[in-house]
Design a protein around this ligand. Structure first.
Ligand code: PHE
Length: 456
């Protein structure tokens, strides 16, 4: 992998699968349920879906177009397509955001590894719902253990990026993503069969718009950006490896569709189970780690080996899904350093990783012994999450949309998105109006709404 040249991925669908692997991760199974829980349930889901359709899919296509057209890292891509002045730095802003996300993503990735290990050692069996809550809190506030997992997560992510993304990730994604999907379906069934489960379904599917506040809009938009991996240069970077004939619209629809489906299904696992065992749906980042063991051991309580197998397999797949996303967060920064400084790829990856270690450790400690240090009422972990997902990603997306809509050469854009002129004119027209006007206005409106300038 010394030569990162173009064509990193072995097969045609490899690059596209990797983009799907980037999108599907902790954002779906961990972040979506807790954001939905904290923001009132179904009404949040409606706003989230609107953001995916109006903002998410068009932006994904825009990032794909920039990446495939320029066939360069994100920093170089924009100038190559004609960006001048401040526009040149849009790509850099996006890569920086992704890199900052990685700093706290590795913390949660570490939690998934802990749950793989503790499932494997049968440490989740024979416990009450209160035990799961207590175990999780004592784990994340422990000053040493989670740090070991931060190191481990970073090590594994770096290892894969260094070894080369092609074969491993490609092959693994092809097998594991469908497996994860099947597991999720089975777990939805289990969760729905728990007593009192319907209250959870209602929470997720029956919207109560009186619960919508200004910050619900921002949260829904942030979640759409986070979950679809947009606004941080990763899709752009991956698209620089896409084959010429890849259908950008088709891929964006498929990836967004699968990603959203997995998020909703995750909600259908978590909320029925949470209501069934009396856990608050607004419990925050711990939600998934407390409710899931409950689902396994309550649903299969009478067949302990099945519960054991299920929890082990599920956390393993979740850890894998987190890994494919973490790689996609490290790759753009690595590629940028490598192509811009001509340092070897190995050194570039190490350089991109070293500060992640520092911030990762700090974010992890902020969930425990450093929890009292707060800025704007948030600990470091929450602050990283808030600033990146709710401010930087949407800003990166806004600038990308404005650039693609107003600055990029129209012919170049058309030749990328028109799928060898097979895309109907009306769709292209809708796309132009979305990317030029509607999408930027929507992002700005959500920001202004949050600031209280006006109310949506
Ligand atoms: N989309 C990934 C997830 O859902 C996380 C991610 C965010 C990956 C931003 C890349 C960029 O977990």
């Amino acid at each position: 992998m010394e030569n990162i040249g173009r064509g990193n991925f072995g097969s045609k669908i490899g690059a596209v699968l990797a983009a799907a692997g980037s999108a599907i991760g902790l954002g779906n199974v961990w972040r979506f349920p807790y954001e939905t829980g904290a923001n009132g349930g179904a009404a949040f889901l409606v706003l989230y879906l609107a953001c995916v359709i109006i903002i998410g899919i068009p932006l994904m296509v825009a990032e794909f177009a920039v990446g495939r057209r320029s066939r360069a890292n994100n920093f170089r891509a924009f100038p190559l397509l004609g960006a001048t002045g401040l526009w040149k730095y849009v790509g850099f802003l996006c890569v920086l955001t992704g890199w900052l996300i990685l700093c706290y993503y590795v913390v949660v990735q570490g939690w998934t590894i802990e749950y793989v290990i503790s499932s494997g050692a049968n440490g989740l069996a024979n416990k009450t719902p209160d035990d799961y809550t207590a175990d999780f809190s004592s784990f994340i506030s422990n000053p040493v253990k989670p740090l070991i997992y931060v190191f481990l997560s970073i090590g594994i992510t770096l290892g894969v990026v260094l070894m080369g993304v092609q074969k491993g990730i490609e092959r693994a994604s092809k097998v594991m993503m469908p497996m994860l999907f099947i597991f999720i379906l089975v777990l939805v069934g289990c969760s729905l069969s728990l007593p009192g489960a319907m209250k959870g379904v209602e929470f997720l599917l029956n919207p109560d718009f009186s619960k919508v506040t200004a910050s619900t809009y921002l949260a829904a938009m942030g979640q759409a950006f986070f979950s679809l991996s947009i606004g941080m240069g990763c899709l752009c970077t991956y698209a620089s490896y896409f084959p010429k004939e890849a259908n950008l619209f088709g891929n964006a629809f498929n990836i967004a569709g699968i990603d959203t489906l997995i998020a909703i299904l995750s909600g259908l696992i978590i909320f029925p189970a949470a209501y069934s065992v009396g856990i608050e749906p607004g419990a925050g980042p711990s939600l998934v780690f407390i409710t899931l063991p409950n689902v396994f051991y309550q649903a299969f309580g009478s067949i302990p080996w099945l519960a054991y197998m299920f929890s082990l397999m599920f956390y393993l797949l979740l850890a894998m899904a987190a890994l494919t996303s973490a790689i996609s967060l490290l790759e753009p920064a690595t590629l940028l350093i490598h192509e811009e400084t001509h340092l070897r790829r190995r050194w570039s990856a190490l350089l991109a990783t070293a500060p992640v270690l520092l911030f990762g450790v700090a974010c992890s400690l902020s969930m425990g012994i450093w929890d009292e240090y707060k800025l704007f009422g948030m600990n470091l972990f929450d602050l990283f999450d808030f600033t990146t997902a709710k401010i930087m990603l949407p800003l990166g997306g806004l600038f990308t949309a404005l650039f693609v809509g107003w600055k990029m050469d129209k012919k170049a854009l058309l030749s990328e998105i028109s799928n060898q002129r097979t895309l109907p004119q009306w769709l292209i027209r809708i796309y132009y109006s979305l990317i030029k006007v509607i999408l930027p206005l929507a992002i700005i409106a959500i920001f202004l709404n949050e600031l209280g300038v006006f109310s949506l």
